[in-house]
Design a protein around this ligand. Structure first.
Ligand SMILES: NC(=O)c1ccc[n+]([C@@H]2O[C@H](COP(=O)([O-])OP(=O)(O)OC[C@H]3O[C@@H](n4cnc5c(N)ncnc54)[C@H](OP(=O)(O)O)[C@@H]3O)[C@@H](O)[C@H]2O)c1
Length: 219
């Protein structure tokens, strides 16, 4: 499957890029800068080659990345997600778009969820996308630092939600190709706020219990 990551040069993208390449997918890293994207793609190709994994990760500007793939991950900070999607709108048609985006801010000593007017980042992002795009909200609670260690088995649950069952099935399969991750369907996109809001809680626990990196598992 062809998968592009907008802001694919960043933290959460790294593990997704490496793990999905290892699983055999074609990956395209998007960025504001073509040079930055190709440089990071080359670095990941080199790293995978040294691990004996064949790869041909591509890099380019976000609009080209979006146009190149069937699945797009919005691996961008909340502050720039909607503005970036608006800039590349002509590259969006009927792809499956995955949002791991979490709006949060520091209030005193703790991080808090910052509720967007629409109810969640996913619902706000949905408004910025063409109707024909199928949005799935997922990966908010995965720690980037552990995801990027590609041989590390992640015994976590990934809660996802969205309004299109076919798109959720694709994201479920992509998730479970990453060893030991279990995808759980939490229902429609309206449920996204509950998943997104767990992330600042996890970040606060990570600060308090350093160097532990918590995630989510339902038992
Ligand atoms: N980090 C985590 O552990 C984690 C876990 C779960 C979910 N998330 C969510 O995943 C999303 C990405 O998080 P991250 O930690 O990967 O972010 P990040 O590394 O801070 O940033 C990702 C990319 O965003 C692009 N970017 C930065 N400023 C921008 C701007 N002004 N306009 C457009 N693009 C800009 C940059 O790409 P270029 O400079 O190449 O354009 C950057 O590499 C966030 O919404 C976060 O809430 C993160």
């Amino acid at each position: 499957m062809k998968i592009s990551l907008l802001g694919g040069t960043g933290d959460i993208a790294e593990g997704l890029v490496l793990r999905w390449t290892k699983a055999g997918h074609d990956i395209y890293i998007g960025s504001r800068s073509e040079e930055k994207a190709t440089g990071i793609a080359d670095g990941y190709n080199k790293r995978l080659f040294e691990l004996g994994i064949e790869s041909d990760i591509q890099g380019g500007v976000n609009a080209d990345a979006a146009a190149a793939s069937e699945v797009i991950v919005i691996s961008l900070p909340y502050e720039y997600a909607v503005s970036t999607l608006e800039q590349i709108k002509s590259s969006l048609e009927d792809q499956i778009v995955i949002s791991p985006v979490v709006p949060m801010s520091r209030v005193g000593k703790v991080f808090m969820y910052t509720t967007p007017a629409q109810g969640s980042a996913a619902q706000e992002i949905k408004e910025a996308l063409p109707e024909s795009v199928r949005l799935v909200s997922a990966y908010h609670n995965l720690p980037a630092s552990e995801l990027k260690e590609i041989d590390r088995v992640l015994d976590y649950d990934v809660v996802l939600c969205g309004d299109d069952d076919g798109a959720k099935e694709v994201v479920k399969n992509l998730t479970e190709e990453m060893e030991n991750l279990r995808a759980l369907d939490a229902g429609p996109l309206e449920a996204s706020m509950m998943i997104e809001a767990i992330t600042p809680l996890i970040v606060n626990l990570n600060v308090r219990y350093k160097p532990q990196h918590f995630s989510v598992k339902f038992v």
